[in-house]
Design a protein. Structure first.
Length: 156
C-alpha cells in the first residue's frame, strides 16, 4: 500500500500555518486541498471538539457565502483535531487564498448569535458547540498566520 502523503510531513516540526496538502487532478479539473494548521501537532493541546465543531459550522457558512463560493468544495476538521481542511477548485497557492482565510477568521471572531446549522434537525450533534473557545483558537491562529505567514511545510 502506498503511504499517504500527509503522513510524510514531519509533525514534530509542523507549526500553525496555511499549507497546500495536495492537488488532485481529474481531466481538466484541479482541486487544491489546504491544510489550515491551527495548533502545533504533538506540542500543543488539540482543539476541543465543541470549539472545532463551531469552527466547522461558521467557517463553512462563511466560505459558502463568500465571493469565492463557487470555488469551495469542502471545509471541515482534521481527524487529529489540530486544524481544518479547505478544498477548492483550481490550482491554487496559499498566497492566493490567504485573504479569504483571514476574512473567514474575521467572520468567526466577529460572529455573535445562534450557530448556523446547529439545530437538531440540521446537525447530527447540534448541542456540541462552543463559540467562545472557537474564537480563542481562531484568534490565536489568525495572529500566527498574520505574523509568520507559514506557507511551506517544514523540510524533512
Amino acid at each position: 500500500m502506498e503511504r499517504i502523503a500527509s503522513f510524510s510531513i514531519d509533525h514534530l516540526k509542523l507549526l500553525p500555518g496555511l499549507y497546500v496538502s495536495r492537488r488532485d487532478r481529474n481531466k481538466d479539473t484541479v482541486v487544491t486541498t489546504f491544510d489550515l494548521r491551527i495548533t502545533a501537532p504533538n506540542r500543543e493541546p488539540v482543539i476541543d471538539m465543541p470549539a472545532l465543531h463551531t469552527i466547522e459550522h461558521l467557517g463553512a457558512t462563511f466560505l459558502r457565502n463568500s465571493a469565492k463560493k463557487d470555488e469551495i468544495v469542502y471545509f471541515g476538521p482534521m481527524g487529529c483535531r489540530t486544524g481544518c481542511y479547505l478544498l477548492m477548485f483550481g490550482d491554487l497557492s496559499p498566497e492566493e487564498v490567504y485573504g479569504l482565510v483571514m476574512e473567514m477568521c474575521d467572520f468567526i471572531l466577529g460572529y455573535e448569535g445562534e450557530i448556523p446549522g446547529a439545530k437538531p434537525e440540521e446537525c447530527g450533534n447540534f448541542s456540541e458547540q462552543n463559540l467562545g473557545m472557537a474564537k480563542y483558537y481562531i484568534a490565536k491562529y489568525r495572529e500566527e498566520l498574520r505574523e509568520n505567514r507559514r506557507f511551506s511545510y517544514p523540510e524533512p
